[in-house]
Each structure stands twice: as structure tokens, then as C-alpha cells.
Design a protein around this ligand. Sequence first.
Ligand SMILES: [Zn+2]
Length: 237
Amino acid sequence: MPASSAESQRSPERDRQRSPERDRSTPRLISALCRQFYELGWVSGTGGGISIRDAEGVWIAPSGAQKERIDPDDVFLLRDEVWDRVEVLEPARDPALRISECQPLFFNAYRSRQAGAVLHSHSLWAVLAARLAGVGAGPDAEPGVFRSRNLEMQKGLRGHGCFDELCVPIIPNTAREAELSDSMAAAMDAYPKVDAVIVAGHGIYVWGRDWVEAKTQAECLDYLMRAAVEAHRLGLE
Ligand SMILES: [Zn+2]
């Protein structure tokens, strides 16, 4: 996570490139959601991120920025439907900012699951739940599965009732975020019934048909991972 100034720098040249007709409600929403996720401990230390797709294209938060202070004008707009490359329709207004390192991972969910929104959290509960499931945080870790059953909050996850067994794949971490792309795609193919992939020692990717479903599922999964960790701490089955 490279360092970045908290205050946005303005570029007159970039201002001239911006379309005044563009609907900017989604970048404003991304800015507000990042503040909420910061309060939850999901995007502290400039980690984590979010992307939402609308009629304009794919909006994506910048990399390495203080997520609770993102200016809506610093959210990138990318062309959708071209998932094999990145085509920037509108860059961040601050020329120092770069597209989120999560971009290829977000594109996995857009391409293979027709997602409308994807978020990435660095929640401590995801890190501890992966350890509890026996997946180490080092580079030689083997993939695993986080399992949950008999909890009401499972009903917030697509296709799950409270007495079903929930299985979320866990993949080992890599030195660079973008290197997770292939193993994330393989885990998504292997677990089509769930809209999330946990990354050991790192966090979790969660998506949905729209931002409301992505956020709801991320909150429910965070609760379930925390429930597993706290139950273990209390010595419960
Ligand atoms: Zn990350």
C-alpha cells in the first residue's frame, strides 16, 4: 500500500477532460461507503476498497488513499464489458492517484458473476477466521474453507437459510494483490453458491448484484466470521 497524501490535489487539465453531463451519484456513494467501512475497521491503513457498476461504467476507488477521506472526484471511471484490460473513461482528478490494486479481482466478479458491486475488506475477523479454519498466513499456505451453520445471519447471504451449511473458500495470500487474480477465479468456479472469497492473512472479497446486496452480504459474513472466532475463544463447539 503506497503512501498517499490525504488531501486531494487539483489538476486544471484533468478538470477540462471531465464530462459535465456525467451522473456522479455513484462516486459520491463510494466516498460515503468508504467512510462507513473505515468505521467498521474494514479499510484502515489505506487497505481495502470498493467498486460499483452503473450506466456510466465501473467506478473504482483509488489505491493507497486514506479511504475515509476519498473525494468523489478522485474515484476512477473504467469502461465496463471489456474485462481483459483496463480502459479509463475518467481518471481521478488528483494526478498522483492510481487505480485500486484490487482492480483485476473486482473484474473477476464482474466478468464471471455479473456482479453490480464488489468490495474488499481487511477485516480482522476474516484474518482470524482463516487461521481458525487451519489456513496459515504465509506464502506456503494451502487453500481451505470457512464453514458456518445454525446462525440467523446466514439468511442475509444469497440462497442460504439459517440451518444450511455455509462454505466460503479461503485462498492463500500473495505478495502483490493483483497476483491473487487466478486463485480467486478458481475458488469462485469451485464455490458457485457463495459470493465471497477469503484471503488468508489479508481479508475478504464480497460482491452482489448491486451495492446493497454486496454490503449486506459483507456485513453478514463479517458477523459470521466474528461469531466463529468468539465462539472458539469461549471454548464453545
Ligand atoms: Zn487487500
